[in-house]
Design a protein around this ligand. Structure first.
Ligand SMILES: Nc1ncnc2c1ncn2[C@@H]1O[C@H](COP(=O)(O)OP(=O)(O)OP(=O)(O)O)[C@@H](O)[C@H]1O
Ligand SMILES: [Mg+2]
Length: 339
């Protein structure tokens, strides 16, 4: 594979990893352009972490091949390791050390002299909004601070390729935004980022291209626009004043929007899945048209919201089953296995 010439940071073909009966990664082909954020989107157990670990040379593939900046992840693992950095889903800073101590220690391990390790630690703590927490033990950090120090630790030496494995899972909206800003800053410096996530909006915010994976297979790949238009423009959620008007409302919406309309368990609620978006604001246009139709028919709408397609909806559209059915395929607890 001529990965270097083709401007790809990552290229995989038929990548496979099995754990006993489980095909955790089942023939994955990826082509990740250098200098971009590439999103790997999938539910629990889809194979995201396993894929990342093979690319970061922490797990040996059972089949297929993978190249990172043109280097084979098995035969040229050292070259690959020299160019990548991984922020794990379960990350690796020392809880008992302070923020500064962690970064200085890691800097020393990477070969920095004491003075330059201290300088770099200070810069990163500042850049990540952790200056005030620098002298606190990491075990006293909040979830968001913890995630930021993890990422800081992984970019002590600016890597050519950074793996971020679910960097914002479990974070509140403010902390997620901070992590997103950090990712943008890292990419602006020329680093390629492979980001795994369970959140469509996160991939949407950060990634230029997205691969959706399910049960170890890539089930869709493309730019955000391509992916979204394959799913539709989103959905309109309505709550009516009068449950007796629900059938009438459903019929009107179906005709006005050419949408699939589903009643919710709540007797006044309805969801209309909008058809494929032609332009960016067409979901909003469709929604306002729908409201107009309802008003003309004398139907009172108490509550209305326009939602982007969720990961659940993406999955339903692409696979015909929802994310819950595709989750963890083995009963085994996930133990860390290094190659
Ligand atoms: N070391 C292991 N031993 C046995 N099975 C494993 C191991 N690691 C992963 N698996 C299984 O492989 C499948 C893929 O797991 P993986 O951790 O790659 O998923 P994931 O997409 O990262 O999920 P999550 O979003 O929950 O982190 C799952 O069925 C998981 O149970
Ligand atoms: Mg994972």
């Amino acid at each position: 594979m001529s990965t270097q010439k083709s401007g790809l940071a990552i290229e995989t073909a038929g990548l496979v990893k099995t754990f006993g009966e489980t095909r955790a990664v089942d023939g994955v082909d990826l082509a990740v352009p250098a200098g971009t954020v590439y999103g790997v989107l999938g539910p629990n157990g889809a194979g995201k972490t396993t894929t990342v670990k093979m690319l970061a040379t922490l797990l040996r593939p059972d089949g297929g091949e993978a190249h990172v900046f043109g280097h084979d992840v098995v035969r040229e693992a050292d070259e690959v390791r020299g160019r990548v950095s991984l922020t794990g889903q379960y990350a690796s800073v020392d809880e008992d050390l302070t923020g500064t101590e962690n970064l200085v220690l890691l800097g020393r391990l990477l070969g920095h002299h004491k003075k330059s390790a201290r300088e770099r630690a200070g810069q990163l703590l500042e850049a990540f909004g952790l200056s005030e927490a620098a002298a606190k033990q990491v075990k006293h950090y909040s979830g968001g601070m913890r995630r930021r120090i993890d990422i800081a630790a992984s970019i002590l030496n600016t890597p050519d390729l950074l793996f971020l494995d679910e960097p914002t899972t479990g974070l509140d909206p403010r902390s997620r935004n901070q992590v997103w800003d950090i990712v943008r800053a890292v990419v602006a410096q020329g680093t390629t980022v492979l980001l795994t996530t369970q959140y469509l909006d996160e991939a949407d915010q950060l990634a230029s291209r997205i691969a959706v994976i399910d049960r170890g297979k890539v089930i869709a790949e493309g730019t955000k626009g391509e992916l979204k238009s394959s799913v539709g423009a989103g959905s309109v959620h309505l709550r009516l004043r009068d449950p007796g008007q629900r059938d009438l409302a459903a019929g009107l919406l179906r005709r006005a929007l050419d949408a699939q309309v589903q009643p919710e368990p709540d007797p006044v609620a309805l969801t209309a899945r909008l058809a494929t978006a032609a332009g960016d604001d067409s979901a909003a246009e469709q929604a306002s048209r729908a409201l107009g139709e309802l008003a003309r028919a004398g139907i009172t709408v108490d509550n209305f919201s326009l939602g982007q397609p969720s990961l659940d909806e993406v999955f339903l559209a692409l696979t015909g089953h929802d994310t819950h059915e595709s989750s963890d395929r083995s009963d085994n607890p996930k133990d860390e296995v290094a190659a």
